[in-house]
Design a protein around this ligand. Structure first.
Ligand code: SF4
Length: 319
């Protein structure tokens, strides 16, 4: 049994990933947990904080996103935050136990002028001893190098869904653009945070296609956020059919098995999830969460609810 637990593969086929999805639930979760404890301490969960440093007014049309200027969602566009204000939010996150601080800006791509401010934020957050991550949209290789020299550890850029379903969710860019940014970030020596969103009306074949796209990248992303759609009024996906919770857990488990050394983050959608579903996700190999009451513009569980859940499950923060 030992060998398959250690193997890091980049040649997964969709049929193999589909066969994992089709396993009996207990068998799938058992295999995912076996892979998980081979590579990670199963009693530890990474705590990350995500701050919106520039909110709303985005020209892109991602159907799930309340920050797109194309939808009436009640999110007001705001300017890029001050560097000092961002650093003081990061200090608060550190005091609350986070080890990674992620900064998100609602841009199609950053302007070089704005990138200077973001680099100053990265430097300030890094000085606090936190891991740094930013998500700024599409990035050129030169921009990635600037962020790297400011000390950036991670860049978040999600593939969102399968290549086939992508055009139903976003029309203002194509899958190839995403892959290009991922390559630019890698070439600059920055680690990748890259995952997707489920519950957008996609089929299981699309969920398989997403995990396949991630697990066949030349290197697996170090962090893989799996988001459950938060249905926001005013967005085209406001009335999307909710995804079965056990199908969500299966998605976490398949991602864990396909990318054994990646930190799998249980990301958006936790607010509406029961404690029991979250516990199953941890059992299936999720080992990171975002904490704090907001995730960019959508609600997230309060820190005390998360603290109580982790205590009930006997999970401790990853150092
Ligand atoms: S997900 Fe990002 S790129 Fe898409 S509309 Fe929202 S802020 Fe813009």
């Amino acid at each position: 049994m030992g060998e398959w637990l250690d193997e890091i593969r980049h040649d997964w086929t969709r049929a193999e990933l589909g066969a994992l999805y089709d396993l009996a639930f207990s068998e799938l979760v058992f295999r995912a947990q076996a892979v998980h404890r081979r590579h990670f301490d199963p009693a530890r969960v990474q705590l990350a904080t995500l701050l919106s440093i520039k909110t709303g007014g985005c020209p892109e049309d991602c159907a799930y996103c309340p920050q797109s200027a194309q939808y009436e969602t009640g999110v007001d566009a705001a300017k890029l935050m001050d560097v000092a204000a961002v650093v003081s939010e990061a200090r608060r996150a550190r005091e609350a136990g986070s080890t990674r601080f992620c900064m998100g800006a609602a841009w199609r791509e950053p302007k070089d002028r704005d990138l200077g401010s973001v680099c100053a934020m990265v430097e300030g957050v890094k000085r606090l001893g936190l891991e740094t991550c930013v998500t700024l949209g599409m990035l050129t290789h030169a921009q990635a190098l600037r962020l790297k020299s400011a000390g950036l550890d991670f860049y978040n850029h999600n593939l969102d869904t399968s290549p086939e379903f992508y055009g139903s969710i976003i029309t203002t860019r194509v899958y190839r653009d995403r892959l290009e940014t991922l390559a630019n970030v890698r070439a600059a020596g920055i680690s990748l945070c890259c995952g997707g969103i489920v519950g957008m009306g996609e089929s299981r074949a699309d969920r398989i296609g997403l995990i396949h796209a991630l697990a066949t990248l030349p290197e697996h992303p170090e962090s893989v956020p799996i988001n459950l759609l938060v249905r926001v009024k005013g967005t085209p996906l406001a009335e999307a059919e909710p995804l079965d919770a056990l199908e969500f857990v299966r998605t976490i488990a398949v991602a864990r098995i396909a990318m054994p050394r990646s930190v799998v983050r249980l990301s958006a959608g936790r607010e509406a999830m029961s404690d029991e579903t979250q516990a199953l996700c941890f059992l299936a190999g999720a080992n990171s969460i975002f904490c704090g009451p907001r995730l960019l513009t959508t609600p997230n569980p309060a820190r005390d609810r998360d603290g109580a859940l982790l205590a009930r499950l006997g999970l401790a923060p990853l150092e």
